[in-house]
Structures are given as structure tokens and as C-alpha cells.
Design a protein around this ligand. Structure first.
Ligand SMILES: C[S@@+](CC[C@H](N)C(=O)[O-])C[C@H]1O[C@@H](n2cnc3c(N)ncnc32)[C@H](O)[C@@H]1O
Length: 278
């Protein structure tokens, strides 16, 4: 078994399993197994990347989310366990004949988990401003057999839908918006760990106006959908950073004074999801 002083044995086992295309259990059960020359050089490369603080998910090229494996690259955020709460809340609604849009889809982890777990018929859309992220999301959808169920679109927030209202059946529809948009403020982004700041895309993490600029723009667009596009039934789920709860609540009330708003805590007991029912 290969070892390395700077990296925990658990991670070495995962790297070896990745190189051998076997499970971690296989690696543990075969301590006598040696690597050939190519595998050995790959091992040294990957260990070096890890020593340089690159996240394991990028080294292995995948991350588990909601019980599914997602391909990730440095063009996509690494899905976080706390985002599973957003998926769970939407699944609980048991949506049927609705339009479900995931804004800022990244690797597609949210919309693919929804499409896999919601058996009723719905229109699923995944939007991102990054073409590179969308490419990964499409691949993940294919790997999970839901690529025919989801339409992937390049869009700055909801912009695409304003231009394509009819073809997307957005008029008169019942809409569910799932959003895990960039929400780190300047201050928090500056203190983020090197494994995040040096490797994950800033465009997926940082937002102006104390981290709420993306959500403010999204709320403006939702208001426009409500008022100008005949979409009366909208539910919006938004993930945020716990300290943003008071400022986010204020922002939601500014745009939707009559909305029914609920906040949910993640498993770590931190405020994480806003549920806005219009
Ligand atoms: C926090 S990441 C979330 C990724 C993924 N949904 C997840 O939960 O792991 C935010 C995503 O929003 C995308 N994004 C940033 N600005 C955007 C915009 N104006 N319109 C659409 N997507 C945007 C980024 O490219 C990134 O993929």
C-alpha cells in the first residue's frame, strides 16, 4: 500500500481506487497490489495536486450529492451537502404539471436530483450563465438517464425565459424556482479557505451588495414575470449564507410584501434556505 505523510490515508485510498478504477474497499482488501509505471506516475501527479490543497472532488473528478455521483471540473462549483435541503423541500411539494427551473445549475446537481426523484410529469429547466458548466451538467444528466427530461439553457438568470415565453410554456404556468446563486460577500469571500478560493470559480461564489446582488436581480425578474407575463403562481427557493437571513428577509419583503416567507435550517442547525410563496 502506498502512503504519503502529508495526506490522510483515507484520501490516498480514494486516489488509488480512482487510478485503479476500483472501489476503496478493493484497495483496502488488496494491500499487496502494486501500480504499473503509468499508474505510478498518475498517482504522484494526483498526490502533488492534493498537497497543493486542490479539493478531492476535482482530483477525483466527481462528488456525491443526494446519493448520486456528479462529474465536476474547475468550471463547476463542488456540490455541498447543505444544498440537499433545497432538493428535499422541493421533492416534498410533490410537484405535478409544473415548470421547475434551476437557476445557476452548475454541475446540475439540484435539477438532476429533482428529475430523478420526482416521478410526476413536470417541465424541468436548468439555466446557467456558464456554457462550460452547462456542458458538465448535460453530461451528468445523461449519466443519470434524465437528459430527455431536462432542458439546459444558457441564460443570465431568467433572461432567456422572457425571450422564449411561449415556446417554454411559461405563460400561465405554475412555476417553481430553485436557486443556489453566488452569495458570498466581499468580506466572506476574502476569508474563504485556499482550497475554495484558489480552485472553485469565483463567478459561482461571489456576489456584490453583501452577497445579495444576484438574488436582488432574480427577485426583480420574478416580479416582472408576475406582473407582465401572467405567471401568478410562483414558488422560489433560495440558498443563502446564515448571517444573511435578516438582510435577505428585508430584500424579499421589499419586492414581495405579500409573500408567504419561510426560512429553513440545514442539518448543522444554520439558516440556509428561504422559501418564498407568491
Ligand atoms: C453557487 S453555484 C451553484 C451550483 C450548483 N447549483 C450547486 O448547487 O452546487 C452558482 C452557479 O450560478 C451560476 N451563475 C452565476 N451568475 C449567474 C447568472 N447571472 N445567471 C445564471 N447563472 C449564474 C454560476 O455559473 C454557478 O454555476
Amino acid at each position: 500500500m502506498m502512503t504519503c505523510n502529508k495526506i490522510p490515508p483515507f484520501e490516498i485510498e480514494l486516489i488509488l481506487a480512482h487510478i485503479l478504477k476500483k472501489s476503496r474497499e478493493y484497495v483496502l482488501a488488496h494491500p499487496e497490489r502494486t501500480l504499473n509505471k503509468t499508474q505510478n506516475s498518475k498517482f504522484n501527479q494526483l498526490v502533488k495536486r492534493r498537497e497543493n490543497h486542490e479539493p478531492m472532488a476535482y482530483i477525483l473528478g466527481q462528488k456525491e450529492f443526494y446519493g448520486l455521483d456528479f462529474k465536476v471540473t474547475q468550471d463547476t462549483l463542488i456540490p455541498r451537502p447543505e444544498t440537499e435541503l433545497l432538493v428535499e423541500e422541493i421533492i416534498k411539494l410533490e410537484p405535478k404539471n409544473k415548470t421547475v427551473i434551476d437557476i445557476g445549475t452548475g454541475s446540475g446537481n439540484i435539477i438532476i436530483s429533482l428529475a430523478k426523484n420526482i416521478k410526476n410529469k413536470n417541465n424541468f429547466f436548468a439555466a446557467d450563465i456558464s456554457e462550460k458548466a452547462l456542458r458538465i451538467a448535460r453530461r451528468n444528466a445523461k449519466n443519470h438517464g434524465v437528459d430527455k427530461k431536462i432542458k439546459f439553457i444558457k441564460s443570465d438568470l431568467l433572461n432567456y425565459f422572457f425571450k422564449n415565453k411561449k415556446s417554454l410554456k411559461i405563460v400561465n404556468c405554475k412555476l417553481i424556482i430553485a436557486s443556489n446563486l453566488p452569495y458570498l460577500s466581499q468580506k466572506i469571500y476574502a476569508t474563504t479557505a485556499p482550497n475554495v478560493k484558489n480552485f472553485e470559480p469565483k463567478s459561482a461564489l461571489f456576489s456584490n451588495k453583501d452577497g445579495l446582488a444576484h438574488y436582488e436581480k432574480l427577485f426583480q425578474q420574478i416580479k416582472k414575470l408576475q406582473n407582465n407575463c401572467n405567471v401568478p403562481h410562483i414558488m422560489c427557493y433560495a440558498e443563502f449564507s446564515p448571517e444573511q437571513k435578516p438582510s435577505l428577509a428585508k430584500l424579499i419583503k421589499k419586492y414581495f410584501p405579500k409573500a408567504n416567507i419561510k426560512f429553513r435550517k440545514d442539518l448543522g442547525g444554520k439558516w440556509r434556505i428561504a422559501e418564498i410563496k407568491l
